[in-house]
Write a protein that binds this ligand. Structure first.
Ligand code: PLP
Length: 401
């Protein structure tokens, strides 16, 4: 299996494994042996520098964009104030966070106070799923006190069988805890989920529908705005206003429209390190009035939904990264990436016997090419290509562990 990523032929040095092998060849004690060892590593390093590598795994992580890094740097050194502090150091950090919130809100077409910064998409997905469930378990928010809402013995969640583990695991846990029953809707053969199947899965006690925007492994794009408008009609017809729609847009953000109104999403997840931003930061968009209870409690940061001193530099990086997605140059780049992807797909299918493309050829991310090769283990291909300096993956990095 093979995943074609953005800036596909970006070439960079390939150091890690080779240096490790250099180190294992180093024997001896004391200063002179240490010098010898360092010399050996240096000569190994210069050999490696000649060898180039091709990184084709942008679905796992992207490099940080230069502008993003520049925006972050002051907050890692000079501007170290705590954003909750009243003094000027604190207020500078606060202003930087609020600017990032505006940048994210601009990208999502929402209000700034609907943007919650988290430690990544995993936390954002957990907050969406467990936070909604907690809100129905412990009916204390305004949203739950809506007279149309009923209290159910067991909640029901509709999701799909192809979600990222950070959605599937909280769902499984809620099942194990006896809090919710979950329907995992299967996609069609082409990797696309039918709107009709989502609709048929809804029950009177359904409180959450969670469908990913684009799949992290085979790159198929789900009909999110169609699901959003189906749910809007369903809510109007049944007066079941408690139903919340969440989409994990982590893989889609680079390529697809993330206007939350067009999508009809009440909750939406983003991750920094998939969009040329830093690791360890994400966003949960929460539509005003949607009841979510926090998972982390403490100082009440992030509108009380995510306590803990904010990771200022990473949040600033997240803001710069989403702003970068709105640069018109991205559109041009994405067209070029799509062309490269198509070229690669054509070549692999023509040249490699018994190869097959997984998922819809049309409704897929511009940077994704995912293949099946009959009679060969995906892992063996990953290792063989890695030895040739080509980084690919069989699936989500977390499921490869
Ligand atoms: N959702 C999807 C679709 C992903 O691809 C990933 C990461 O691979 C995540 C969530 C988790 O993101 P993070 O690494 O920011 O926790």
């Amino acid at each position: 299996m093979y995943r074609l990523q953005q800036k596909v032929f970006r070439v960079h040095l390939y150091q890690r494994e080779q240096i490790t092998s250099g180190r294992s060849g180093f024997k001896g004690k004391g200063r002179s042996s240490l010098k010898k060892g360092i010399g050996l590593l240096q000569s190994e390093y210069s050999k490696i520098s000649m060898k180039k590598a091709i990184y084709l795994d942008y679905a796992a992580s992207t490099p940080i964009d230069k502008k993003v890094l520049e925006a972050m740097m002051p907050y890692m050194r000079r501007q170290y104030g705590n954003p909750s502090s009243t003094h000027s150091f604190g207020q500078k950090a606060r202003a930087a966070i609020e600017q990032a919130r505006e940048q994210a809100a601009h990208f999502l077409h929402c209000k700034a106070d609907e943007v919650i910064f988290t430690s990544g998409a995993t936390e954002a997905n957990s907050l969406a799923i467990r936070g909604i469930a907690r809100n129905f378990q412990f009916p204390i928010s305004n949203f739950q006190s809506n007279p149309n809402d009923q209290i159910f013995k067991k909640l029901h969640i509709v999701t799909t069988a192809i979600e990222h583990e950070s959605v599937l695991e909280p769902c499984r846990t809620l099942e194990k805890e006896g809090i919710a029953e979950v329907t995992y809707v299967k996609p069609q053969k082409d990797g696309i989920v039918l709107v009709e199947d989502i609709k048929n899965a809804i029950k009177p006690n359904t409180v959450l529908v969670s469908v990913m925007y684009a799949n992290s492994e085979i790159g198929t794009i789900q009909p999110i705005s169609e699901i959003g408008s189906m749910l809007k009609d369903y809510k109007l017809q049944t007066k079941n206003y408690k139903l919340v729609f969440h989409t994990d847009a982590v893989q889609a953000a680079n390529f697809l429209d993330c206007n939350v109104d067009t999508l009809g999403a009440d909750l939406l997840t983003l991750s920094g390190h998939k969009i040329y931003g830093p690791k360890g930061v994400g966003v949960l968009y929460r539509r005003e009035g949607v009841g979510v209870l926090p998972l982390l409690e403490g100082g009440g940061q992030e509108m009380g939904l995510r306590s803990g001193t904010e990771n200022v530099a990473a949040i600033v990086g997240m803001g710069a990264a989403v702003e970068g997605l709105e640069n018109p140059r991205m559109m041009v780049t994405n067209i070029a990436i799509r062309q490269l992807r198509d070229k690669l797909i054509k070549a692999v299918l023509r040249k490699v016997p018994n190869s097959e493309l997984s998922g819809s050829p049309d409704m897929r991310l511009a940077n994704n090419a995912h293949f099946r090769f009959q009679g060969v283990e995906g892992r063996d291909i990953v290792i063989a290509l890695d030895q040739k300096g080509i980084a690919v993956s069989t699936g989500s990095a977390c499921s490869e562990k």
